[in-house]
Write a protein that binds this ligand. Structure first.
Ligand code: XIL
Length: 490
């Protein structure tokens, strides 16, 4: 704890650290001795910066009066999102009356600690003052444009990015009905982005939403929207995946989904990460949370267009979760006493720091994407003929797909080291894989285990997945053999 409460870093230090990194200098030299309990000698922000990324948090005005919270925020994180202070109900509570005081306080804190700011948020159906929703539809566009212009101009040059539109979609991928769609239809989104760009041309402009982290109807809708905005030349730089997860339920398609968005030419940011569980927290759930955090961080680090991860809040006591999800909590990396949890250690390790293993040994999640194929494949697979069953699950979009494969060892003996051969439908080309190495990319393909999932006990199963491009045939792979023995479908 003492280390966490060390004096705030001087402004400009982050830049110095980045300059060191750029010069090929050793970051460790700049950060010796700064680690909190449980980690080995460095901070989330230093580790993230060494990888060209950032690690952020959300802060509210009231958090600024807690020396515990500010000490952690100012040392561990290098990006701040105001939790509420830049939302419409605070910044323009009545028509034309602007109040930037609370947001300015967050920006001052950020500047004093060499942190950047994610502006959040200009247009959102929630925390929207009644006067806006009560306007005649003919006046909403002008009110929206004035709000965006005034706020983005006030913060011009002071924010790294804006969540220009927040949470535009319903769960089924249709656009949410609100004051803005009622007045302008879907066109309000392009209009909001263009207006924000005119006010602050250097801010990165984002659309932000929840339940778009994995492949599915809602993320498909965001994907189509971003694709069409890009085609029309509308200024859009990124998509925010809020990432309010439940332990053990982080979508396995997270990395593939990040990849398909970045392939459109936009960045992705994990903007509001937390991982809730029923409270009081069980040891198993805390261990799973560590696995989940590492998985999210690894998934972002694995894709160059994923610019960084922000947690929503600093610690469990200041998290929004208990107030919004009854019976749930313990959703952040810091516990009730602001001590780092297993999720913190797992995050440090995922960021490439630390030598102390996380308490749960949970930094090699079974569902973790593989980013280093060379460290993985078993050199030779013993020909232990095993009876097997294989099930597949494909999620496809117009030109690509992800496929998850689960193989069950239905034989009487354990398998140790496996190679699952199969046939890809014509036109499919594998672009990456997780939990296995897959090669070649087309035709007759074999998936080989990684070091951490070589064993499939008798009766047990393991899963891996891959992403592929396709030319129209998005069918599942077929003709599976496990270590040379044909499997049944199931
Ligand atoms: C939450 C804040 O944390 C709470 O304090 C507030 O009462 C409600 O909003 N998605 C978002 C954030 O984009 O703005 C929300 O923040 C959490 C969900």
């Amino acid at each position: 704890m003492a280390a966490q409460l060390r004096a705030a870093r001087r402004p400009g230090r982050a830049l110095a650290v980045l300059a060191l990194a750029a010069a090929g200098g050793l970051l460790a030299a700049a950060t010796v001795g700064s680690g909190p309990a449980g980690a080995a000698g460095t901070t989330l922000r230093d580790l993230a910066e060494a990888k060209g990324s950032y690690f952020g948090t959300a802060l509210t005005q009231s958090n600024l009066s807690s020396s515990t919270i500010t000490a952690i925020a100012g040392t561990q994180f290098d990006m701040v999102t105001p939790g509420n202070e830049m939302k419409w109900d605070t910044t323009e509570p009545s028509a034309g009356n602007f109040n930037f005081g609370p947001g300015d306080q967050i920006v001052s804190f950020a500047k004093a600690h060499s942190m950047r700011v994610r502006g959040h948020t200009l247009v959102w159906h929630s925390q929207l003052p009644n006067w806006v929703s009560s306007l005649p539809t003919s006046q909403v566009q002008a009110a929206m444009e004035k709000h965006i212009t005034t706020e983005a101009t006030h913060y011009k040059g002071q924010v790294y990015s804006w969540d220009v539109v927040n949470e535009p979609f319903n769960e089924d991928g249709t656009l949410r009905t609100d004051a803005f769609t009622n007045a302008m239809g879907s066109g309000y989104i392009a209009d909001a982005l263009r207006t924000a760009h005119a006010a602050d041309p250097n801010a990165k402009l984002y659309l932000n939403d929840y339940n778009i982290e994995g492949l599915g109807a809602k993320s498909d809708a965001m994907y189509q929207l971003v694709s069409s905005l890009k085609q029309q030349g509308v200024p859009i730089d990124g998509v925010g995946f809020e990432s309010h997860f439940i332990v053990g339920q982080v979508p396995s398609s997270l990395k593939a989904n990040i990849q398909r968005f970045t392939a459109l030419g936009v960045n992705v940011a994990i903007t509001e990460l937390d991982d809730r569980m029923p409270v009081p927290a069980s040891a198993a759930n805390l261990a799973q949370q560590a696995t989940d955090y590492a998985y999210v961080v690894n998934s972002c680090l694995a894709v160059s267009g994923c610019v960084g991860v922000s947690q929503w809040g600093v610690g469990d006591p200041d998290s929004w979760i208990p107030g919004f999800f009854s019976g749930y909590g313990a959703a952040t990396m810091y516990d009730d006493n602001y001590q780092p949890k297993a999720a913190y250690n797992a995050t440090v390790t995922a960021l490439g720091g630390g030598t102390s293993p996380s308490p749960s040994g949970s930094t090699s999640p079974s569902s973790s994407p593989s980013s280093s194929p060379s460290s993985s494949a078993s050199p030779s697979v013993p020909p232990t003929g095993a009876a097997c069953k294989v099930s597949t699950q494909v999620s496809a979009w117009n030109t690509g797909l992800t496929e998850n494969v689960t193989v069950t060892n239905t034989g009487g003996s354990d398998v140790n080291g496996w190679k699952l051969a199969f046939t890809l439908p014509g036109g499919q080309t594998v672009t990456n894989a997780w939990n296995a190495t897959v090669s070649p990319a087309t035709g007759q393909v074999a998936a080989s285990n990684l070091s951490y999932n070589a064993a499939i006990p008798a009766g047990g199963s393991t899963s891996f997945g891959f992403q592929a491009n396709h030319t129209g045939n998005a069918a599942a792979a077929s003709g599976f053999t496990l270590n040379g023995v044909a499997c049944t479908a199931g």
